[in-house]
Design a protein around this ligand. Structure first.
Ligand SMILES: Cc1cc2nc3c(=O)[nH]c(=O)nc-3n(C[C@H](O)[C@H](O)[C@H](O)COP(=O)(O)OP(=O)(O)OC[C@H]3O[C@@H](n4cnc5c(N)ncnc54)[C@H](O)[C@@H]3O)c2cc1C
Ligand SMILES: NC(=O)c1ccc[n+]([C@@H]2O[C@H](COP(=O)([O-])OP(=O)(O)OC[C@H]3O[C@@H](n4cnc5c(N)ncnc54)[C@H](OP(=O)(O)O)[C@@H]3O)[C@@H](O)[C@H]2O)c1
Length: 434
């Protein structure tokens, strides 16, 4: 049988993982072509001081900020078959994750297969049927290199690994035109120093909002963290207070919150998350609805039932990203090889519809349908069972849950802990530096 040709869009953690597993099966797959729009591997983890666009007009994708440290310990954040360096602490500065991904890339000899500074502009399925045989889809991938030379190449499969933390989600705020200060999104936040002495409203208390508000409290005059979660009861640093979500900006430029209270500030920092966007895919041609907050239907959160040779790696939120990619990629390759047989298109669509309906009945809003959190463990286990590869060890879940607990007790201190994996089932707290 001829080797299968696979295109990988993006050389972040997901794309490197896809390429590494494709290269491990030379009997089945030709070396992949990995398209990467920047000059580097690492995606999100490749810190870029600049914000906005590169000289060639392409947007700078990374949302990494200068002082970011991981919010997951390296012991479970790692790809299960590739540990971080042992002497490193559990919670790492972003530079160490970038070094780790570069090492992963080199160890599995992925680099020669990456086309840097090359942007994928179109991915189109072309289906044909020879007489007496099954219909066959090939994927036409159109890309442009740094000289602007456009090329279209054919593949048997495409792995979409272009990430989803680059396109800022900007909420509609009534009266925002009255605010004369600075409005920006966390995507363009790099460090607290430019805000020294300024008053800031941070909107949204996901990982970015909370982390950045704490960081800003160290330098700003006053920081208000405006969010719709139940008020945090853990200790916050002096100078940081909470408020309900923003209702509007008044005509005099003051912020008005949902409880009727008001405040003035010089900066509004939107930490309101990111949109799904795949400018090179045509959802309608793939039988997919691609919205800012939801992409559906995706069978097993992975493939469009109408085109089961296209795989979107890592679309879910609230996951353990690298181990999750590791499971999805291995499962996808077994689908392509034919060792995992998929149900019919209609059955897959029905299964996704039922799955989404069940979540909606539980009150989950559309924007959270791709959040997994507790569901992720059973999900990864089923991929491993059906794909017949090693499941994630139980310790991944127990340490992940311990860190979530500890983060909710003290978001300023939880990174002081160091852990050690004693076995596949057990972790130990090695040290704690309060
Ligand atoms: C601020 C921040 C902090 C985070 N902290 C953690 C953490 O502590 N621990 C953790 O496990 N996870 C963390 N994450 C999650 C992080 O997104 C994942 O760990 C992981 O890096 C995602 O990898 P990815 O390959 O899916 O996407 P990305 O890292 O975004 O990589 C996508 C790549 O695709 C390229 N690309 C995009 N479009 C195209 C195109 N059209 N053509 C060619 N190339 C293209 C991009 O240039 C990029 O290199 C964090 C995310 C953010 C934003
Ligand atoms: N290592 C780290 O320390 C670190 C730091 C930053 C980010 N990250 C990672 O980066 C990724 C993105 O995180 P993120 O925090 O940028 O995005 P996010 O997880 O999507 O969080 C965005 C938050 O903004 C809220 N929000 C949206 N619109 C709002 C509005 N109008 N008013 C009030 N709140 C609003 C959302 O509430 P709803 O949920 O109700 O929509 C959500 O809580 C995650 O994977 C995260 O773990 C990690």
């Amino acid at each position: 049988m001829a080797q299968l040709r696979v295109a990988v869009v993006g050389a972040g953690a997901a794309g490197l993982c896809a390429a590494r597993h494709i290269l491990a099966r030379p009997a089945v797959y030709a070396p992949p072509v990995v398209y990467e729009l920047t000059k580097n591997v690492g995606g999100t983890w490749c810190y870029e001081e600049r914000v906005g666009r590169y000289a060639n007009g392409l947007p700078i994708p990374s949302s990494m900020y200068k002082n970011l440290r991981t919010n997951l310990p390296k012991e479970v954040m790692m790809f299960p078959d590739f540990p971080f360096d042992e002497p490193l602490p559990s919670f790492l500065p972003h530079q160490e994750v970038q070094r780790y991904l570069e090492r992963y890339c080199q160890s599995y000899r992925v680099t020669p297969h990456i086309r840097f500074s090359t942007v994928v502009e179109g991915v189109i399925p072309v289906t044909s049927q020879a007489e007496g045989s099954q219909p066959k889809t090939v994927w036409e991938v159109t890309s442009s290199d740094k000289e602007g030379v456009q090329k279209t190449e054919s593949f048997d499969s495409v792995f979409v690994c272009s990430g989803h933390y680059s396109d800022p989600c900007l909420p509609d705020i009534p009266g925002i035109e009255h605010f004369k200060g600075t409005v920006m999104h966390s995507h363009s936040y790099r460090s607290p120093e430019p805000y020294s002495g300024q008053s800031v409203v941070v909107l949204g208390a996901g990982a970015s909002g909370l982390d950045i508000a704490i960081e800003l409290a160290g330098v700003s005059g006053q920081v208000i963290l405006s969010h719709g979660k139940p008020p945090f009861t853990f200790p916050l640093p002096p100078g940081l207070r909470q408020a309900p979500p923003l209702a509007r900006v008044n005509q005099d430029g003051a912020f008005s919150f949902q409880d009727g209270s008001t405040a003035r500030a010089q900066v509004l920092l939107l930490c309101t998350g990111y949109n799904y966007t795949f400018p090179y895919l045509r959802g309608d041609a793939l039988g997919l609805e691609v919205r800012k907050e939801l992409v559906s239907p995706l069978y097993r959160f992975l493939l469009p039932p109408a085109f089961p040779s296209l795989f979107i790696i890592g679309i879910c939120k609230l996951i353990l990203p690298f181990p999750h990619f590791h499971c999805q990629v291995q499962f996808a390759l077994r689908v392509l090889e034919g060792s995992v047989r998929l149900p019919s298109r209609a059955q897959m669509e029905e299964e996704v519809r039922e799955q989404m309906e069940a979540k909606r009945r539980l009150g989950v809003p559309s924007k959270h349908l791709l959040r997994l959190q507790k569901e992720q463990w059973g999900y990864c286990q089923e991929l491993a069972r059906d794909g017949r590869f090693a499941p994630l060890p139980p310790v991944s879940r127990s340490l992940y849950e311990e860190v979530w607990r500890s983060r909710n007790v003290h978001p300023q201190n939880y990174r002081k802990a160091n852990y050690r994996l004693a076995s596949d089932n057990q972790w130990e707290l090695r040290e704690w530096h309060p």
